[in-house]
Structures are given as C-alpha cells and as structure tokens.
Design a binder for this molecule. Structure first.
Ligand SMILES: C[S@@+](CC[C@H](N)C(=O)[O-])C[C@H]1O[C@@H](n2cnc3c(N)ncnc32)[C@H](O)[C@@H]1O
Length: 305
C-alpha cells in the first residue's frame, strides 16, 4: 500500500474501521442520559465510516431514524451491507456528502454525531458550522475529536516514521522501536491500564463488549488502526479554547466535554477547588484540561441553545 494523499482516497482504501467491524454501543450509552430508549428522533452520523455507531444507535433506539454521510464510497457500501445484516432496512439512508461543504437535508436533526471524523478534514470551524446549521434548537451535537495534549507523543512518532520511510508497511515494522516499554510508564498509567483491562473483561463476561469503544492504542498493530493512527493525511487535535470558540460561534452549550466541564475535575483538592469556585465556566474547563496529567481525546455532548 502506498501513502494516500487525500482524506477521501485514504478512507476509501481502509474503510475505517473496516469490513469486519462490530456494532458499537459506546455512543448509545453516552446519550442515554439525555434521550429515552423509546424516543422518536432523527439523527445524522457525520463521517460514519462503515457505520458501527449508526448500527448501535438504531439497535438501542427502536424509534430512531439515521442518516449517515461520508466521503468514502467503499465505507458507505460496507456500512450498507453491515446495517442490512441487522435488518435495519427502512430506518436509515447513506449518502456520499462532505461536511466541509454546506449541507442540506429533508429536515433538521435532533442529534448529530461526528465521531472521530472532523479532525480528518481541513477547517474544523467550517465543519462545525455546517453541521450546526442542520441541528434543531435544543438538539445535541455529540462526538469525539483528538486532543492536542493527549496526542502530542503520537504526532512525534508519526513525524519520525514519515522521516524514515514513505511505505506504510515498513512503518508498521518500525513501530515497535517507538512503543512505550513497561518501565516507561508511570505507576498511575499502569494502574489505569489494569483498570481498563478489568473493565473490558467485565463487559465481555456480561456480553456487553459493544459498549466499549475500540482501544486503538492497545490494538495499534492491527493494520486499520495503525494506518488510521499514523498515515491519515489530515489529523490534528483541538483544545478546550477551540471548543469555547466553536460553542460561541454556533450557539452551543456544553453538557459534556471530556469531564472537564465538571467544576471539580478529578484529583483537584479542596484548596484549588475553592479558587475554581469563583472562576468562569470556560476558565474552569481550561484549568481542568491543563491540570489533567493523562489527557485523552475530547469527547463532547453540546446542546444547541
Ligand atoms: C476515523 S474515521 C471514523 C469513522 C466512524 N465515525 C467511526 O468512528 O467508526 C473518519 C471518517 O470520517 C470521514 N470523513 C472525513 N472527512 C469527511 C468530510 N469532510 N465529510 C464526510 N466524511 C468525512 C472519513 O471518510 C472516515 O470514514
């Protein structure tokens, strides 16, 4: 395989997460705080890939209707076969459309998902604007975007791999040189890893593995994840200041932002919390983000005011 120069060519070749995808209930679970299982709602999955999240939502919310859009025709084709295999015919439609351009649908959506898709296209401000223009007042915009801090080391490794070779297969062979060894992890990181394994094993035993997202970092050697992680032509991270701008421009209110929206984020002791108490919401969010020693991606649930 050669390096693909555009997002469309790249995702058409890998069909993320590929034809062997499994249904994901990760986002179905996350929205359950705001939407009842019996609710009748119309949703968009923007950058749906091969439709693992779309399938999870349709399965759990029997009165929902989903629209999936993606740049990649082969992903949409794989997605259509995947959704039909669960007999979801008549409850979804898929279109080759780009959220980098203005979008028009039959009506505005109650919920829009953009799960790991916006940062693979240029100009996130435009993408958020185009999506929000199709969201109802009171509707939810949900998704995930990489965080600048959380992905810093990955970007460094990506740069090194691209200095060494232009062949993705060779990159895959070289990757073990850059992988963190056991001793490179802090004790807290190791504890977190053990907790994650335990959580995954528990879900597996309960037959609920679909509620766990792909742990891409753990499965990094699997070709699709490896390529997505190190060979995507466009791939950047945002921070909470970017979200502040996005929310202000598009009239959005934060319901969830990687847990940073909580006034007392994890591990903040009382003396700091007392100062935080007097800070504005977006300053608290930024503080919590910078205080986090192990930042991950930014999962968000935003509400249109
Ligand atoms: C990392 S994959 C995520 C796929 C899916 N959301 C998931 O989590 O399984 C990113 C997807 O976004 C799509 N994408 C990127 N830019 C896009 C755009 N401007 N319009 C529509 N889809 C886009 C890609 O084709 C790709 O399928």
């Amino acid at each position: 395989m050669s390096l693909k120069k555009t997002t469309e060519l790249f995702y058409s070749s890998i069909r993320y997460p590929g034809p062997n995808t499994t249904m994901s209930k990760q986002w179905s679970e996350r929205i359950s705080e705001y939407i009842k299982k019996s609710d009748n709602f119309y949703f968009l999955d923007a950058g749906c890939g091969s439709c693992r999240h779309l399938a999870g939502i349709l399965d759990d919310y029997k009165n929902s209707y989903g629209v999936g859009i993606d740049l990649s025709n082969p992903s949409l084709k794989a997605g259509e076969n995947f959704l039909n295999s669960f007999n979801f015919q008549g409850r979804f439609e898929l279109h080759k459309k780009s959220f980098s351009q203005k979008l028009k649908f039959k009506k505005k959506f109650d919920v829009i998902f953009a799960i790991g898709s916006i940062m693979t296209s240029k100009d996130y401000e435009k993408s958020f604007r185009n999506l929000c223009a199709n969201l109802k007042k009171g509707g939810l915009l949900c998704g995930m975007i990489y965080s600048e801090r959380g992905h810093q080391r990955r970007y460094e490794i990506k740069e090194m791999l691209h200095l060494l070779t232009k062949d993705p297969k060779v990159m895959m062979d070289l990757y073990p040189h850059f992988k963190k060894k056991l001793m490179d992890h802090t004790i807290n990181e190791l504890i977190q890893k053990i907790k994650n394994y335990y959580y995954q094993a528990k879900l597996k035993l309960k037959g609920k593995s679909t509620y766990y997202g792909y742990a891409a970092q753990e499965n990094i050697t699997k070709p699709v994840f490896f390529l997505d992680t190190f060979c995507a032509p466009i791939d950047y991270g945002l921070n909470t200041k970017d979200f502040q701008r996005i929310c202000n421009t598009n009239n959005l209110q934060v319901l969830k932002l990687a847990g940073y929206e909580k006034y007392k984020a994890k591990n903040i002791d009382n003396s700091l919390a007392k100062i935080l108490d007097h800070m504005k919401l977006w300053d608290q969010i930024r503080f919590n983000e910078l205080f986090d020693q192990y930042p991950k991606s930014l999962s968000f649930i935003l509400k249109k005011k």
